[in-house]
Design a protein around this ligand. Structure first.
Ligand code: ZN
Length: 624
């Protein structure tokens, strides 16, 4: 599961008003029986979890050997269950930017009164992975913290002519890097560099030079070339230099780095560095990685309905040895086992393939089993599937996603996406109170199986979102978060395998219903509700950015009904290229631009629709 949404989901699970749903025995609605000879087996599930979360698979990071081994295992299990390969050898490959490396055209020259000096990549400076590749050249301008904060009457650029200059920026803010300080939103980890870079670009700078925050350049994370899938191209040449280099460049202006920093803390005025100009070129080569989804199909038994598909999905990738998505004290180097996230859902998927295949004669529509990769990196596998579906999305009647179903406690199960079809809530409540309950939970025969809580939204932190944005009803099963989330300690011994099998049995009954009803479940677009943003925007537009398809602009996967974006005439497929005069190249630009808007003030949005440029007027709502 992706990190950003977790908190709000947890809140939903804690505060959902749909508490234990009870139903009298006599009211149990007759459903087509989901029972067959094949019972969901907690032992089989436990074995799958143990293997997938084992040391051997090294945390299953997308495009690693561990992930490939997991994919092979899942394909083999699908084959044994009797599924047909939905793609060549059960595998649907996709590519993504997996890494970056230095190209051979990196250069950096500083011209001062003392002459021209060439700097060495890796020692004196380092290109930033999101740098554009055109050369930057111009006089040097020291722009302090590189922060423009009108609400604090603070502007590092202070009206200085910035166009054509190469700006030098230091880390942090006048308050240091205190996340709770006045400048907290400008120095947030993971956002500071992006925000400051985009600000410099907006100011017309020819290039950006960040000054390392570490005395020893090698200690600085920025000195190690690193990419962020959501920020692949900043549209401006960008590098980081060592403090020693910064010091020598400032010397011509008769100052030192330490003095310049002190000065920035008390005054926001930029400092033109006389007689000093720089010329640099960042050459960063993107390395493609190959991820693979595993896809197996169980053909429906009704010739009239077999060309329609119910998708059951779970992502099998995790964080490998850690990385930016890790929440561990030591975020890199240790195996992140991902037993709950999401060996649990994957094992349920495998077991469902086995028991549903044994039921094949009773299943009318076809069932497509999809084990996704690339989820942790940004729903890459499911987005790749919906972009290149194996079976037409028009014939895909529903998608049921299991992500983190391994920590069932007190029977508390969260089901998201309930608002995406009018069929869902009555069905789930009926099944929850029905005789299909496992013996352990059956009790007096009237007790509900789960303490269910519902989320309406089809947008969310996992792969079902990729289907929901294509107007497919979705459900998302989740047993809640815990202290081991995205840490090496998410291990198989902590997983409740009996709980996984209860969830799997529940999902099996939902699938059986969806696959067998005469008419397909109806789709419903969920009305606007408060959605988590992860950041405190002052405004609300109601756009749904596409995180995987970014080429010079921000593509929209949709707009929320009744939202300012919909009122403005924006729609799915539009590519936003400008928002209130700020150029938009990617989702970070967009996030940045959003932070600048004010509720109730009309702005212009420039979009590309089917290749044609259009200008729309949009008035953002104030966020409550
Ligand atoms: Zn996760």
């Amino acid at each position: 599961m992706k990190k950003a949404w977790l908190l709000s989901l947890t809140l939903a699970l804690l505060t959902a008003s749909t508490a234990l749903t009870r139903q009298p025995v006599g009211a149990t609605v007759a459903l087509q029986s989901a029972k067959s000879d094949a019972q969901v087996s907690a032992e089989r599930i436990a074995a799958h979890v143990r293997f997938l979360a084992s040391e051997k698979l090294q945390g299953r990071r997308t495009a690693t050997r561990g992930a490939d081994e997991a994919a092979n295992y899942i394909a083999e299990q699908f084959r044994r269950a009797g599924l047909k390969p939905a793609a060549q050898g059960f595998f649907q490959p996709f590519t993504f930017v997996a890494g970056v490396r230095l190209g051979d055209k990196n250069s950096f020259h500083a011209k001062t009164a003392a002459g021209t000096r060439a700097l060495k990549a890796g020692e004196d400076y380092m290109p930033l992975a999101f740098s554009s590749s055109e050369p930057a050249a111009g006089p040097l301008l020291f722009a302090g913290y590189g922060i423009t904060a009108p609400e604090l009457q603070y502007d590092s650029y202070g009206g200085a002519a910035t166009a054509g200059k190469v700006v030098m920026i230091v880390r942090g803010s006048p308050d240091g890097d205190n996340p709770h300080g006045r400048f907290g939103e400008y120095t947030a980890p993971g956002l500071e560099i992006q925000k400051k870079t985009l600000r410099a670009r907006e100011k017309g700078a020819a290039g950006v030079i960040f000054v390392s925050g570490e005395q020893s350049f090698k200690e600085d994370r920025l000195s190690r070339l690193r990419h962020d899938l959501n920020f692949l191209d900043a549209g401006i040449p960008s590098v980081v230099v060592s403090r020693q280099v910064a010091d020598s460049l400032l010397a011509t202006a008769g100052t030192t780095l330490a003095d310049a920093e002190k000065r920035s803390a008390s005054s926001a005025q930029p400092l033109a560095v006389e007689n000093t100009s720089v010329e640099f070129r960042a050459d960063v080569v993107k390395i493609n990685g190959n991820g693979v989804n595993v896809a197996g199909v169980l053909e429906g038994s009704d010739p009239r309905l077999a060309s329609q598909y119910v998708v059951i999905g779970a992502h099998y990738d995790h964080l490998g040895l850690g990385g930016p998505e890790s929440l561990a004290q030591r975020p890199e180097g240790d195996i992140h086992h991902g037993a709950d996230d999401n060996a649990s859902g994957t094992s349920a998927l495998i077991e469902l393939a086995r028991v549903l295949a044994a039921d094949r004669s009773k299943i009318r529509r076809s069932v497509l089993f999809l084990a996704f990769s690339g989820e942790e990196l940004g729903l890459l596998g499911s987005a790749a599937y919906t972009k290149n579906p194996i079976f037409p999305l028009k014939s895909t009647v529903a998608m049921l996603n299991m992500d983190m179903v391994g920590r069932l406690r007190n029977g508390s199960l969260f089901v998201g996406g309930v608002g995406t079809s009018p069929a869902w809530k009555p069905l789930l409540e009926r099944l929850n109170g029905s005789a299909g309950a496992p013996a352990s939970a059956a009790g007096d025969g009237a007790a509900a199986r789960f303490n269910l809580s519902f989320g309406q939204d089809g947008f969310g932190p996992s792969d079902h979102q990729s289907f929901y944005v294509r107007d497919i009803p979705v459900l998302f099963f989740f047993t809640g978060t815990h202290d081991d989330y995205h840490k090496p300690s998410d291990t198989s011994d902590k997983v409740n395998t009996e709980g996984i099998s209860q969830v799997a049995q529940f999902v099996r009954e939902v699938v059986t219903f969806v696959a067998n009803e005469d008419s397909a479940v109806a789709f419903n677009r969920v009305q606007v509700e408060t959605r988590p943003t992860g950041r405190g925007f002052r405004v609300y537009l109601g756009t749904v950015p596409n995180y995987s398809d970014q080429n010079d602009g921000l593509k929209l996967d949709g707009v929320r009904p009744g939202s300012p974006a919909e009122r403005a005439g924006l729609r799915a497929g539009d590519v936003v290229t400008k928002l209130a005069n700020m150029p938009i190249k990617n989702v970070y630009d967009y996030t940045y631009a959003l932070g600048e808007l004010r509720g109730g003030e009309e702005i212009e949005v420039v979009i590309l629709r089917e290749g044609r440029e259009m200008r729309l007027k949009l008035t953002p709502d104030k966020r409550q």
